[in-house]
Design a binder for this molecule. Sequence first.
Ligand code: SF4
Length: 446
Amino acid sequence: MTEQATAAGKAFMYTIGCQMNVLDSELALASLQGDGLSVVDNVKDADVLLVNTCSVREKAEEKAYSWLGRMKLLKRENPDIVIGVLGCMAQKEGQLIFRRAPYVDIVAGTAHFTKIDDYVRQVRATGKRILAIGRDEEVETERRLKARETRHSAFVAVMRGCDHHCTYCVVPNTRGMETSRPLEEIVEECKILVGEGTQEITLLGQNIDSYGKRLQPRRRTLSELLYAVSDVPGLKRLRFITSHPSDLKPELFAAFRDLPNLMPYLHFPAQSGSNDVLKRMRRGYTFDRYMELVTAAREAVPDIGLAGDTIVGFCGETEEDFERTVELHEKTRYQNAYIFMYSERDYTPAKDQGLADDVPFEEKKRRVNYLIERQREWSLAENQKHVGKTIEVFGEGPSKRDAARQEGRSPQNQIVIVGSGRDLTGQFYRAEITSATEAALYGRLC
Ligand code: SF4
């Protein structure tokens, strides 16, 4: 490792997976910026190449490995480049990553992303690679705000890990048991963010309804947290993800009613509509219970936008089971839903208990395509309800597809596209909705 290699440099981060990973990537890059590195968005300009990984499906892991394969070529040209793998796959695979990709220098698990600056420094100084997947240390969540790219909106992690053991899920293995951050610390961070110009905050938790369960000296609840954060002066929009139907408490709906800056959007995955499958998934609720919550949500917040996640083709799923899932989607009227085929994962209860992945691939594909097609119709119908209305939009900037248009979000978190020559990033504006697709609302500025 030559002398200049230990000097600062440029870092590139490729993030795969959920919003929690997006936030973790931001915190990891902040630690490097604290060390004098700058962040670049082209791998060719970087001398530190990082991928923050996801293990929820095989496809996500393969994506990380194929990216690493491409980075190997850059390292062949410049051996001083440092390559690091972070996140859930790093936590789950550990040493195996070095075997499959021997040119990787750092494997850092889900409790180590804020120490990446130390690890890069060590690799540069010693040339030795680093494996850091222990989970005995506290995740350092102190945020170096100056490092943030998007100023107008921010994710704030309120807890990490999950106590549920849904049989298909690797998260409890990769992120550990639930740990909640003190309410006061979260409120303080939100105040600083708003002081920095943030107008929309999304609170993150794998299973956010059980926020505060183990906090000392006294237990806290998600509702308490929402009331406290919503009180932060200057905060225009507050959101939270992801809910769990068996932990969701009815008092939450009162918060939607009482808090004007709490946006009417609820992401609460059902995963299946069949009681037998829900039992095998160990989700802890039934079709009827889920529909009770949907009804309660719609009664308390008539204009609420509901979003879901569904796994099709789980172990033992029959055609009748699948029809119940279709029925649940039809009755819930999701605004949008993420629908996936079951992907068997190591280190999950389903694999450990030998639950057979017995739905043939072609049948899984038929079912997932069918449900996606039907859900498109329901999403379109939900979005079309907004045609003719004038709504408030929060600007996210030029549309990714058409720079002459601006993209933003409705209170229900729908994408809203309007024509405008001005950059409306971080601004609130009103739009009259003139048309809709299953994926977005289209309108004109008022
Ligand atoms: S609630 Fe279930 S699916 Fe969600 S993170 Fe926890 S174990 Fe995974």
